[in-house]
Design a protein around this ligand. Structure first.
Ligand code: HEC
Ligand code: HEC
Length: 453
C-alpha cells in the first residue's frame, strides 16, 4: 500500500462515540424544532462546551443503536478484502469527513482535473480517468491466487488544462436539506436582487431516495450537494463517494431497474486493471443482484451511510451567539449584503418528511444552495459538456457550523473568515468591498457572528 498516514483515526472515533446520543434541542442558541433561534434561553449556565458536546448527535427518528452502528460503518477503515481499491483516495468516509466527528468537514483536499473543448464546453477527461484524481493504489501485491498484481497510481494527464482542490464539506443536517422541495430553491432565486441572483442547478437523478415518491431514475431534482450543487441527495452521493473515494463499487435496484453507475471498479487513468487485481474479491464489491419482480433495494452499505448522514444533527450554535460581539454582527452581515447569498431564511422540513427526520423543523444553513459567479473563486471544473460559463459558478457555501472548520473555501485557500471574504469577487464583489469599508471593530463583530452560526 502506498500510504500509511491515516491509521490513527479509528481510536479517536471510538472515544468520541461514547458521548453521543439524541440531540438535545434546548440550551444552546440556534436551530430548534419548528422555531426560530432561541436566543432567549441562552443566558443559562451553559458553556459553549456544553453546546459542543452534542456535536455528532442524531435527530429524532432513528434509534441510538442504529445511529451508532451507522457511524461505525461510516468510519470503518476498509481493506482490500472489503473491496478497497484498486485505486482510491482514502480507506473510509470518516477518514475525510472527520472534524470533529465522523460526518464533519475535512482538512485534506481531493484533486479534480479536466480541459475545455474547442467550443468552450468542459471535458471531464473520463477517457483518461477524470475528473477525480485517485491518490492511492493497492500498488504491487500478490492476490489470493498467488498472482502478482501491479496497479499504478493515477496521475493528472498531460492534456488536462484545469485542476482544482476540493475540501470535504461537513455533512451535519444533510438529511434536513434533503427534504426541502425544489420549489423552495426556485423561490429563493426569484427573491434575490437581479445583480446577485443565483442559478438553480437542476440535475438528473441517478439513484433516487426510494422513499421519496417524487424522485425517479432519470428525473430531475435541484442539486444541493457538493461545492457545485451537482448532486441531488445523500443516497446517490453515498454510492458515488463509496466508489469514487474508497474504490468500493455497488449495484442497486430501483423499481426493477438495475443501477450500475457505480458497479465498475475505478481504473487508473481509465486503463483497465485485470479483474483478478481489482481487489481481493474480483467484480462489483457489493451488489443486490437481480432486480426482477419490480424489486427496489439500495445496497446496504450505501443505505447505511445515507441513514447516518440523514440523521446527523446540525451543529448547535454556541452560547456566544446570543452575546456581543456576535449578536451585534448579525445586522452588519445583512447590511453589507452577505445575506443576498448566505440567506438567513429558515428552511422548514415538510410536515411528514419522506426520510423520517422531524417534520416542520426549522433550520438555518445560511446558504441559498444556488450557483453564483464569485470571480476568482470559480474553479472551472464541472460536469462533462457544461459550458465554460456554467463551470465558473460555485454553490454558496453554507455557513452553519463554520467555527469547526480549520480551512475555508472549496480548496482551503483561506484559513479564517475575513480571509475567505476577501477572496469573494464577481456577484459578491460589492459585499466584499462593503466589508472592507467597515470599521475594524465592525468587521470583528461581523466575523464573530459568522463564527457563531
Ligand atoms: C478522500 C476524501 C473523501 C472520502 C473518503 C469521502 N469523501 Fe465525501 N467529500 C469529499 C470531498 C472533497 C467532497 C466535495 C466534493 C466536491 O464538491 O467536489 C465531498 C462531498 C461529500 C458530500 C456532499 C456534501 C455537501 O454538503 O456538499 C457527501 C454527502 C459526502 N461527501 C459523503 C461521503 C460518503 C458517504 C463517503 C464514504 C462512502 C465519503 N463522502 C467519502 C471527500 C471525501
Ligand atoms: C454572490 C453570492 C455571495 C455573497 C454576496 C457572499 N458570499 Fe460568501 N460564498 C459564496 C460562495 C459561492 C462561496 C463558496 C466559494 C467556494 O466555493 O470557494 C462562499 C463562501 C464563503 C465562505 C467560506 C465557507 C466555507 O465553507 O469555506 C465564507 C466564510 C463566506 N462565504 C462568508 C461571506 C460573507 C461574510 C459575506 C458578506 C461579506 C459573503 N460571504 C458574501 C457566495 C457569496
Amino acid at each position: 500500500m502506498t500510504s500509511q498516514k491515516y491509521r490513527k483515526v479509528g481510536l479517536a472515533f471510538a472515544v468520541q462515540g461514547a458521548f453521543l446520543g439524541l440531540v438535545g434541542l434546548s440550551g444552546c442558541a440556534g436551530v430548534d424544532a419548528a422555531g426560530e433561534s432561541d436566543e432567549g434561553t441562552v443566558a443559562s449556565a451553559l458553556s459553549d462546551q456544553d453546546c459542543d458536546s452534542t456535536i455528532g448527535a442524531h435527530l429524532p427518528g432513528i434509534s441510538d443503536e442504529e445511529f451508532e452502528a451507522a457511524r461505525t460503518e461510516f468510519a470503518k477503515v476498509t481493506t482490500p478484502d472489503d473491496g478497497l481499491g484498486p485505486i482510491f483516495n482514502e480507506r473510509s468516509c470518516g477518514n475525510c469527513h472527520k472534524l470533529p466527528v465522523p460526518g464533519g468537514a475535512g482538512d485534506e483536499t481531493a484533486e479534480r482535473f479536466g480541459r475545455f473543448n474547442p467550443d468552450d464546453t468542459f471535458d471531464s477527461l473520463s477517457r483518461e480517468g477524470g475528473p477525480l484524481l485517485h491518490l492511492m493504489t493497492l500498488g504491487d501485491w500478490v492476490n489470493e491466487d498467488g498472482e502478482a498484481c501491479q496497479v499504478p497510481a493515477e496521475h493528472v494527464p498531460d492534456d488536462a488544462t484545469v485542476t482544482t482542490d476540493r475540501l470535504p464539506p461537513a455533512l451535519f443536517g444533510a438529511g434536513l436539506l434533503d427534504t426541502i422541495p425544489d420549489e423552495f430553491f426556485d423561490e429563493l432565486a426569484a427573491a434575490e436582487p437581479e445583480a446577485v441572483r443565483g442559478m438553480v442547478n437542476r440535475v438528473h437523478i441517478q439513484l433516487p431516495d426510494v422513499e421519496d415518491p417524487t424522485q425517479v431514475v432519470g428525473g430531475t431534482r435541484v442539486g444541493r450537494l457538493t461545492w457545485k450543487a451537482a448532486t441531488v441527495g445523500v443516497t446517490e452521493f453515498a454510492a458515488a463517494a463509496f466508489r469514487q473515494e474508497v474504490g468500493i463499487s455497488t449495484q442497486h435496484c430501483v423499481a426493477g431497474q438495475s443501477i450500475t453507475t457505480w458497479a465498475a471498479e475505478p481504473a487508473p487513468n481509465a486503463v483497465p486493471v485485470p479483474v483478478e487485481c481489482q481487489d481481493n474479491v474480483p467484480g462489483t464489491d457489493y451488489a443486490v443482484g437481480s432486480c426482477d419482480g419490480n424489486r427496489t433495494e439500495i445496497e446496504p452499505h450505501a443505505r447505511t451511510f445515507s441513514r447516518y448522514m440523514t440523521f446527523l444533527a446540525p451543529v448547535p450554535r454556541p452560547r456566544s451567539a446570543g452575546q456581543p460581539p456576535a449578536r451585534q454582527g448579525e445586522a452588519l452581515f445583512a447590511s453589507v449584503g452577505c445575506t443576498d447569498c448566505h440567506t438567513p431564511r429558515a428552511f422548514v422540513t415538510p410536515h411528514v418528511p419522506f426520510n423520517g427526520v422531524p417534520g416542520d423543523y426549522a433550520f438555518h444553513p445560511y446558504s441559498d444552495y444556488l450557483l453564483h459567479d464569485v470571480g476568482d473563486l470559480g474553479d472551472h471544473i464541472g460536469q462533462n459538456g457544461e459550458t465554460a460559463e456554467k463551470v465558473h459558478l460555485m454553490r454558496t457555501a453554507p455557513l452553519w457550523g463554520i467555527r469547526l472548520r480549520p480551512k475555508l473555501l472549496h480548496d482551503g485557500r483561506a484559513s479564517d473568515v475575513a480571509g475567505a471574504i476577501r477572496w469573494h469577487g464577481g456577484q459578491a464583489a460589492a459585499a466584499e468591498s462593503a466589508f472592507e469599508r467597515l470599521h475594524p471593530g465592525e468587521q470583528f463583530k461581523l466575523v464573530a457572528f459568522v463564527q457563531s452560526l
